[in-house]
Unconditional design. Structure first.
Length: 309
């Protein structure tokens, strides 16, 4: 029979924002707020399109011995804060796997407290490009909502990366918080795996390290793409969001750093830099994302030296 009404993708910033409100409902926020974690739980806390799925795969690989016995990574490491995921069910689905792990796009100050937290940050311009590309395959109509309109109307009024930096930077020295930069994960994936294992207190052999690193490579995740896409989530909400079916829901895409330059105009880059100066510098003193990354990398090097990794 097909659709009962002509569902369409969002054609304006206002339309897109309204549809997404149906996904992140007060019920989901309430369940997140009411969830009581244990000290051994780990939350993967990231802005959208900043390596969330990648970190889910690494954490799950380390705790499971590299098991790929899951239908989708969001079953293995559930997303808390969306309305159809009950936190207690999310814990039960992980059975005997320890630590229990969850993901959230809420900032560090808004997730349940009393657990351990892995924060992943990314250059805002790259996060912008990645988010538009993902939405263009699922939520928005590129013919009517172009990249720069999306950037200025949807992304920049409240830059999620900035919010996460401001919330996490004061807690960078907390024993239960570990911050990673996406670009540094790309540069040294084996070192990243070691750092995550050390943070979670999980033993890692050379064999396990090799397995987890191999399974976190782009090529491997592309070969198992259905385990890392949002097809099931999208299908569960698309009628509520009035969206047509789509096959373009992959979250495993080539790194955007090189592809960014012809897409993010000079003017837009200047506006992103101005937003950083307005949003981040007064709260943290960090002059730029590059300054943040250098500080986090220096801290990671010190921690690695202390642990002998």
């Amino acid at each position: 029979m097909g659709e009962e009404e002509p569902f369409t993708r969002a054609a304006s910033v206002e339309d897109l924002a309204g549809r997404l409100e149906a996904m992140l409902t007060p019920d989901g926020e309430r369940m997140l707020a009411d969830f009581v974690p244990t000290p051994s739980d780990v939350f993967i806390v990231t802005p959208p399109k900043c390596g969330t799925t990648w970190m889910q795969q690494i954490v799950h690989g380390l705790r499971s011995g590299g098991s790929m016995d899951f239908g989708n990574i969001n079953e293995a490491v559930p997303w808390l804060g969306i309305s159809h995921v009950d936190p207690q069910d999310a814990r039960a689905t992980q059975e005997a796997l320890l630590p229990h792990a969850f993901k959230s796009h809420a900032t560090l100050d808004r997730v349940p407290q009393g657990a351990r937290y892995i924060v992943v940050l990314r250059d805002p311009a790259d996060a912008l490009v990645s988010q538009y590309r993902f939405f263009a395959g699922s939520f928005l109509d590129q013919a009517h909502l172009d990249f720069e309109t999306f950037a200025r109307g949807f992304f920049m009024p409240e830059v999620a990366v900035h919010d996460h930096v401001v919330a996490s930077w004061p807690r960078r020295d907390d024993a239960n918080v570990r911050i990673f930069c996406y670009e540094s994960m790309l540069d040294d994936l084996p070192g990243t795996v070691d750092a995550i294992a050390a943070f979670l207190g999980l033993p890692v052999t050379d064999e396990l390290r090799g397995v987890v690193v191999a399974q976190a490579q782009l090529g491997f995740m592309k070969q198992h793409e259905s385990k890392f896409d949002d097809a099931a989530l999208f299908e569960s909400i698309r009628h509520r969001l009035r969206l047509p079916p789509t096959a373009a829901l992959s979250k495993v895409a080539p790194d955007c750093v090189q592809a960014r330059q012809p897409i993010v105009s000079i003017d837009l880059r200047r506006e992103l830099d101005a937003a950083w100066r307005s949003d981040v510098i007064p709260a943290t003193g960090l002059a730029s994302y590059a300054h943040l990354r250098a500080s986090i990398d220096a801290q990671a090097a010190t921690a690695a030296g202390l642990t002998g990794n």
